[in-house]
Write a protein that binds this ligand. Structure first.
Ligand code: GLY
Ligand code: MN
Ligand code: MN
Length: 435
């Protein structure tokens, strides 16, 4: 289906869901604000702009100040701001594929946008709180929890349009990953691999969904490593990098090793990849995400024992949370407008939280899997000194093969991360067809 048609259906869904959310939270309308630039303290420069996600859920533009008024039964009203300014590039609206879904008014300033705004009954403001308060909204009507939690909840079910955007974001990320792999094999540094990645993914850094993790060797043990060292010839590359398309981002990790890498680490990589594929195969409606996370621990326990990294069986390793020393993050998270997308732990449309068990505090997804959810499956095994240290002399010290762990620590770690969309009876992997 052409993107314009997918988009029309997406907005039809948004309108229907918004109508239900407004009715349930006692509002007649909502005003979504595109967001305000974040200016560094005592500076005249802004951080790279990120739109308000609730606005981005409707309108695929990445610039501040626009207003979208959503009222039941009416075409949403988009007030689009094109400032009169010769310092920065102008982005007049033109006629993008999505504009037909809105009644559009183009204005020259944010002030003019607000001048044209007339509240439609009881109106909720959704966006940066200071913007709402500055323009007369009472505290109770600025990001009211009853409404926002319903909007968050709705974001966990992706429309076909959103999946198409995520698919394209995966495709572009994959181009980056393939080029980066070649550069790594040719001995490139982290800095060079990063540059190769963004060129192949056809974007600049500010357009990435998150800072690339380009980790050679030992740095792969730092989960969100953001450095870019200039020395190359690594034996292991852990690359966690995505790309964006119309406001939706992919989140892809691959780990590669050269022939010079420790052979035990290469086996570890191959077996973790098999585990990752097996876990992906289990994705279908009705499965609690936590069950997949627990199964990942069990399988990682078996793998650690099979390579004699741990000297105890999987059951004992899991019971004593020794697998958590090597796999200290969650199996995955929702993906969409935000890389760690909202509502992974939400209890219901009206809000509430389902916390993860205390043994897995970093698990971001405690929902039961349902059709149209999009999330990552990203098991990993790392040699993290900070987590190993307490066990060196602890009561479970004998369970660890310390000489082998010392050896493998030079390789950092391995993570494999795919993005999957849940279908009526299974899933579709958005990453594998492209990488
Ligand atoms: N790229 C961050 C993550 O995988 O969650
Ligand atoms: Mn991720
Ligand atoms: Mn990632």
């Amino acid at each position: 289906m052409p993107l314009t048609d997918l988009y029309a259906a997406h907005v039809a869904t948004r309108r229907q869901r918004a109508e239900a959310a407004l009715a349930a939270s006692g509002y007649d309308a909502m005003l979504l604000h595109a967001g305000a630039p974040f200016t560094y303290f005592a500076d005249d420069q802004d951080a790279p702009f990120r739109p308000t996600p609730h606005f981005a859920h409707w309108v695929p533009v990445v610039s501040p100040g626009h207003l979208l008024l959503v009222r039941p039964g009416k075409k949403p009203l988009l007030t689009y701001v094109t400032p009169e300014d010769y310092w920065y590039e102008q982005t007049p609206l033109g006629s993008p594929f999505w504009a037909g879904e809105y009644e559009v008014v183009e204005v020259g300033s944010e002030q003019d946008a607000w001048k044209g705004f007339a509240p439609a009954g009881r109106t909720a403001f959704v966006g940066p709180p200071s913007q709402g308060r500055e323009h007369g909204f009472g505290d109770a009507d600025v990001n009211p929890a009853a409404l926002v939690s319903r909007l968050d909840w709705d974001r966990s079910y992706k429309t076909a349009y959103e999946v198409a955007c995520l698919d394209e974001a995966s495709k572009r990320g994959a181009l980056g990953h393939l080029a980066a792999k070649k550069a790594f094999e040719a001995g490139a540094s982290e800095l060079e691999i990063h540059q190769v990645y963004v060129i192949a993914a056809r974007c600049v850094d500010a357009e990435l969904p998150y800072t690339t993790i380009v980790a050679l060797d030992d740095k792969a043990a730092t989960l969100h490593y953001s450095g870019k060292r200039a020395t190359g010839r690594g034996k292991v590359l852990l690359l966690d990098a995505g790309a964006s398309h119309l406001g939706y981002g992919s989140d892809i990790t691959r780990t590669w090793a050269t022939a010079a890498c420790d052979p035990v680490f290469r086996i570890l990589m191959a077996r973790l990849e098999a585990i990752q594929r097996d876990l992906c195969d289990l994705v279908k409606p009705g499965v609690p995400y936590l069950a997949l996370h627990e199964l990942a621990h069990q399988k990682i326990g078996q793998l650690l024992q099979s390579l004699e990294i741990l000297r105890v069986g999987a059951d004992e390793a899991v019971a004593k949370n020794l697998t958590g020393v090597f796999f200290p993050h969650g199996l995955g998270h929702f993906l969409g407008i935000q890389v760690h997308d909202v509502s992974g732990r939400q209890k219901g449309p009206e809000g509430g939280v389902v916390p993860p068990p205390s043994s897995y505090p970093f698990l971001r997804t405690t929902r039961t899997i349902e059709a149209d959810m999009v999330f990552t499956i990203e098991p990993g095994i790392y040699f993290i000194e900070m987590l190993l240290r307490p066990h060196r002399a602890g009561k479970d010290s004998a369970a660890f093969n310390w000489p082998l762990i010392e050896r493998l620590s030079a390789c950092g770690g391995v993570r494999i991360e795919d993005n999957v969309v849940v279908t009526a009876d299974g899933h579709r992997n958005l990453t594998r067809p492209h990488v």
